[in-house]
Design a protein around this ligand. Structure first.
Ligand code: ADP
Ligand code: MG
Ligand code: ZN
Length: 634
């Protein structure tokens, strides 16, 4: 994203004509002025000497007198005490100069008490005179006195233009805005987006409108003024908005809603007004507002930034600007959020963000396509298998996949390879999914306990019918965890059954249960396991209607800060709590029972893990002696 132009302008733009160059003071300030004056002086000096007295030879007054007395002067011309004249016969140049002269000029000294006029008359010289002060016409006088000034200004302007870098300088007229080729490389287009074809298809209508608005106008079709993109972070919402602008080749203005807000009330609204004014100037254009939920939350709900007034004013200004579109300007607002559920309904009214598009994480083919896009400039080794990688990354978003490719490339560089191979890809995946390895020396007892904990997770994962297969187990400390068990679904999952969720809870409790079964005590290592368990159990009881006692209603909002936070009766919330507890208790009992029953497998798996530190899918199933279900339905 291009950087902002000024700190006071919270939006960025691309593909827009460059802003007029800041109006400079006269070029270079005083230095420029002095330079200009010098140039003018030199030019006028040159002109003067050019038009000034031509081939005349300057002679002394004494010499003049001599020639006069010799009778060698035909005529003179005088102005004041200056005399120009012509000789009858050419005389040798005075002061030993070469050649001869006939034209001369000289200056009569003020103190010369001679009787010049009489002598002239005696010698029969023709005398012409001119008044010392020339009587020119008023206009001529004016022109002559203004000439240097005009010349000065002319030179100055030329200089100013040169220094301001092209037209539009100090005095130049502003050129009409031209479509500008984006300097820094190619613009983002739909070719840079993959895996969300249905969204692309919906947006291509917007592109079409921006490209030929006349077509739509002629048929009286109105374009949506606002498009709302909603979806989890990293699914490519920002990318899509830029691609729409790039595809239609129109200017793209983008700002994050939070950037409009400051503690001073009224600033945000002003900035919105400026942004839209800017966009209208170069319409058709796209205005992109990211994180619209920070200002577009339902009134009366908590959270958000800044004061309520400021948020509301800013939001209202955006809505006002959108209402003010006649539709013919061709400014289309695209907003993005990952919390569409908390938005103020006023935003979603017709004429505002009436087109809502959900952007979801890509499916398997989509992931393969996205990996393809992000490896365009990465040299891949022959064994690198993007299809396999796509299969192993369910749930990952475009941003995560881009990051994965980059990690692999970094690994390849570190390993001094010319290409990125399969091993780099799978190691990068491991790093991304499990976290970076932490160099931590663990005491043996601790390692053993961790091995049992992870084996507990893994074994229960393997034994649960329908559970996601275990892909990797490790007791190498990574990120915050002392060990990790990774299971990912075989195919993408879009909904979950109750038995599957119970299986997930049992698997998550497996670590704790294993410690209980083997050591009889519980450690703090299970904190994040319990968080996960709590979320699933509360969801089952309070959101997904999986508890008879709570009933088929939503008691726990998906947005804990949302407006409905306290809409359920306290007794209902109590019931949700009790039901969640019951579910977890049942699952824990089941986990302990299973692990006690399968103690032999648990021991075997833990031993293998202690030995190898990391087990992959095949090794893990073999060590536990659990037959790997044939799951390749996908
Ligand atoms: P969001 O705005 O939804 O949080 P972004 O548009 O900022 O996500 O995506 C971040 C980066 O992830 C993009 O710049 C792009 O490199 C990559 N990405 C995300 N989704 C896709 C996609 N569908 N196709 C290609 N790249 C993607
Ligand atoms: Mg974004
Ligand atoms: Zn655990």
């Amino acid at each position: 994203m291009p950087p902002r132009q000024t700190p006071d302008q919270p939006w960025r733009s691309e593909g827009a004509p460059p802003p007029p160059p800041p109006r400079r003071k006269m070029p270079g300030g005083w230095i420029g002025l002095v330079l200009t004056a010098l140039v003018v002086f030199l030019i006028s000096d040159l002109l003067l000497s050019f038009f000034g007295p031509g081939g005349a030879t300057t002679i002394s007054y004494t010499e003049f007198n001599n020639q006069l007395n010799k009778g060698n002067i035909t005529k003179i011309y005088s102005k004041g005490d200056a005399i120009e004249g012509t000789l009858k016969n050419a005389g040798p140049k005075p002061d030993g100069g070469k050649g001869t002269y006939t034209e001369f000029d000289t200056q009569r000294p003020v103190f010369a008490g001679d009787d010049l006029w009489n002598t002239l008359q005696q010698q029969g010289v023709e005398v012409t005179a001119e008044p010392v002060v020339q009587q020119r016409s008023f206009l001529a006088n004016l022109l002559i006195s203004l000439a240097p000034m005009l010349l000065l200004i002319l030179v100055w302007v030329l200089l100013a233009r040169r220094m301001a870098g092209g037209p539009g300088g100090a005095f130049g007229r502003k050129p009409p805005p031209k479509p500008v080729a984006v300097e820094a490389g190619r613009r983002t287009t739909f070719a840079d987006v993959a895996g969300i074809d249905e969204v692309e298809a919906e947006l291509s209508e917007v592109v079409d409108f921006l490209k030929n608005p006349q077509q739509y106008r002629r048929l009286g079709a109105k374009m949506p003024r606002g498009v709302l993109l909603s979806g989890p972070p990293g699914t490519g919402k920002t990318l899509l908005a830029r691609a729409v602008a790039g595809e239609a080749d129109v200017p793209f203005f983008s700002a994050s809603a939070s950037e409009f807000i400051e503690m001073i009330v009224g600033v945000g609204a002003g900035r919105v007004r400026e942004l839209f004014a800017e966009a209208r100037k170069v319409a058709p254009a796209i205005v992109f507002i990211d994180e619209i939920d920070t200002i577009g939350r339902q009134r009366g709900s908590g959270g958000g930034l800044g004061g309520h007034d400021e948020r509301e004013q800013t939001l209202n200004q955006i809505l006002t600007e959108m209402d003010g579109f006649t539709g013919s300007e061709g400014v289309i607002v695209i907003a993005a959020t990952n919390r569409a559920d908390v938005l103020d309904p006023a935003l979603l009214r017709p004429g505002r963000f009436d087109r809502r598009i959900t952007v979801s994480p890509p499916d398997r083919d989509g992931r393969a396509a996205i990996l393809g896009i992000h490896t365009r400039h990465v040299p891949l080794a022959g064994d690198a298998d993007l299809t396999r990688l796509a299969k192993a990354t369910p749930g990952m978003t475009g941003a995560e996949l881009a990051n994965l490719v980059n990690e692999a490339a970094l690994l390849a560089v570190k390993r001094r390879q010319d290409t990125v191979n399969e091993r780099d890809l799978s190691d990068a995946l491991e790093k991304v999914q499990l976290g970076a390895v932490r160099p931590l020396v663990m005491p043996q007892a601790e390692r053993e306990r961790t091995a049992y904990h992870e084996s507990g997770h893994a074994l229960l994962g393997m034994l649960q019918p329908g559970a996601d297969p275990v892909r990797k187990i490790t007791i190498v400390p990574r990120g915050r965890a002392l060990g990790v068990t990774l299971s990912t679904p075989e195919a993408d999952r879009y909904s979950y059954t109750e038995p599957y969720l119970r299986g997930r809870i049992i698997g998550a409790l497996g670590g704790m249960a294993a410690e209980q079964v083997v050591y009889g005590v519980i450690t703090t290592g299970a904190e994040s396991d319990l968080e996960q368990v709590t979320n699933i159990a509360r969801g089952m009881a309070g959101r997904w209607g999986m508890s008879e006692r709570v009933g088929r209603l939503t008691a726990v909002p998906s947005d804990p800060q949302g407006a409905y936070g306290l809409s359920a009766a306290p007794t209902t919330l109590d019931a949700v709590d009790e039901e969640a507890r019951r579910i977890v208790a049942e699952c824990y009992e089941e986990a302990v029972r299973l692990l006690t029953e399968e103690r032999v497998r648990l021991d075997a798996l833990a031993a293998a893990l202690l030995e190898a530190e990391t087990l992959d899918e095949e090794e893990a199933y073999r060590a536990a002696g659990v037959p790997r279900k044939v799951l390749d339905q996908a």
